[in-house]
Design a protein around this ligand. Structure first.
Ligand SMILES: [Zn+2]
Length: 143
């Protein structure tokens, strides 16, 4: 997995322009929970890109978890290459909010086809940590 010293200095997959170790890595490694809904969303995108299935489940609202999540997420992560993230809009989700929404487009390639996932995600704070609740999703053709 992308955890050695060299990858820590590479640009973060979420496209922030910061090195991975100064962006999504502290959240994914469990050192520092994401402070905002957008930071959680970015770190989940990065976890999808890197196949960090445990983190994806930890940051899913407990009510939304299903017994086969790990298998499905591992399968998706193996068959999909995430190629870019664009944040379109955010509502609340700041460090003192209890709820937040983030709208984004995540580009991907799967089975030789390019596509874009357009989602407005809803997040909630549970026991002080942001979790992903659900979202309205549409799949768009790739560019
Ligand atoms: Zn990042």
């Amino acid at each position: 997995m992308l955890q050695d010293d060299r990858t820590l200095n590479l640009p973060c997959p979420c496209g922030s322009g910061k090195p991975y170790q100064d962006c999504c890595q502290p959240a994914i490694s469990g050192q520092t929970p994401a402070a905002t809904a957008e930071a959680l969303m970015r770190s989940r995108y990065t976890a999808f890109a890197l196949g960090q299935v445990d983190y994806l489940i930890e940051t899913l609202a407990p009510k939304q978890r299903r017994p086969d999540d790990a298998a499905i997420l591992a399968e998706q992560s193996a068959s999909t290459t995430w190629t870019g993230l664009q944040i379109i809009d955010r509502r609340k989700g700041r460090p003192r909010d209890e709820r937040g929404e983030v709208e984004f487009i995540a580009s991907f390639e799967a089975g030789g086809e390019k596509g874009r996932l357009h989602e407005r995600s809803r997040f909630r704070r549970e026991r002080g940590r942001w979790v992903y609740v659900d979202g309205e999703v549409e799949i768009l053709p790739g560019l």
